[in-house]
Ligand binder design. Structure first.
Ligand code: ADP
Length: 295
């Protein structure tokens, strides 16, 4: 949130926003689980122009040992914005903003992991913002909880997050960068959907009571949608590929001719069959029309 009054109209006359969305619309979101081979769990989120990768390691023994908690695991998240993620090169490494986000995301995740089950260990969660366009803490948290579930870490629930706000006097759902930088308020929020418990609630700027209620209503509705996407991403990863109907194998002449590897000689390749040579028989499988209704 820049807090500076906007210099150009971002909400068009017909009530549409600069990027064509209605006031109550989310940006397009896609979530993929299990995208990294070497992490215990991972997720990739594209959210409008945001691109965020999350990876989980653990539970593993805490080092240094004085950080160990004999009663439970600790969740150590790290939010990092890549140098190339914003329009002007960002200085690499932690800064105050990323330290703050690391802290609030760690706390939110620690509240959902069954930490009591893994004393003396740490669960490490890395969030790498590859491209930023506002709402990266929410995209990071959304990705991180999917990555934790992908790692098989026992959790109370997934954690969807979203930030609505106010631009040019209007409450809007899911702020993009222009709206965030020039808007009047920003309300990032994350909940535990099963209980409705708040895991993250921040606010920058000014909202009246009614505007706050409206922004929260947008957030709650958006969180439901995001939660379904998270579950779908995990379901997709573990979906079983199956044949639901008998499938006819291609006939020999329909099968693509195998190209001999370069420089390799195959007996009979390219040589027409001798006269009287045995013609291949039709395969015994019938076409799908013969199986109508007989799956
Ligand atoms: P969030 O990404 O969670 O909305 P902020 O409100 O702090 O967090 O940031 C809003 C947006 O401003 C970011 O998503 C990013 O596009 C931009 N931004 C943040 N920090 C920087 C930075 N150091 N340099 C350039 N742009 C930044």
């Amino acid at each position: 949130m820049g807090g500076t009054p906007s210099t150009h109209k971002m909400i068009l006359e017909n009530g549409k926003r600069f990027d064509g969305r209605a006031l109550d619309q989310l940006r397009p979101i896609s979530i993929q689980a299990g995208v990294l081979k070497r992490a215990d769990g991972s997720a990739y989120v594209e959210w409008g122009e945001n691109k965020v990768l999350a990876a989980v390691y653990g539970p593993r023994e805490v080092h240094p040992r004085h950080m160990q908690n004999p009663a439970r695991a600790i969740v150590q998240a790290r939010y990092n914005m890549a140098s190339f993620s914003v329009s002007e090169r960002k200085r690499p490494g932690p800064d105050r903003r990323s330290q703050e986000l690391t802290k609030i995301i760690s706390e939110a995740l620690e509240a959902v992991v069954f930490v009591e089950q893994y004393p003396r260990t740490t669960v490490d969660v890395y969030m790498e913002v590859l491209q930023a366009d506002a709402g990266t803490r929410c995209a990071g948290l959304t990705a991180a909880s999917v990555a934790l579930a992908d790692a098989g870490i026992p959790m109370r629930d997934l954690v969807p997050a979203v930030a609505s706000g106010k631009v040019e006097g209007r409450v809007v759902c899911d702020l993009n960068r222009e709206e965030d930088n020039c808007g009047e308020a920003d309300l990032p929020m994350a909940i535990l959907p099963r209980t409705g418990e708040f895991l993250l609630l921040q606010m920058d700027g000014h909202l009246t009571y009614d505007e706050l209620m409206q922004a929260m209503e947008y957030n709650f509705k958006a969180l439901k949608v995001i939660y379904e996407l998270q579950k779908e991403a995990l379901r997709k990863k573990y979906a079983t590929a199956q044949l639901e109907e008998p499938v006819v194998l291609p006939k020999p002449e329909e099968a693509p001719a195998a190209e001999p590897a370069h420089g390799e000689f195959h007996e009979g390749a390219g040589v027409p069959p001798e006269e009287g040579a045995h013609e291949p028989e039709e395969p015994p499988l019938d076409g799908p029309e013969d199986h109508e209704g007989g799956a």
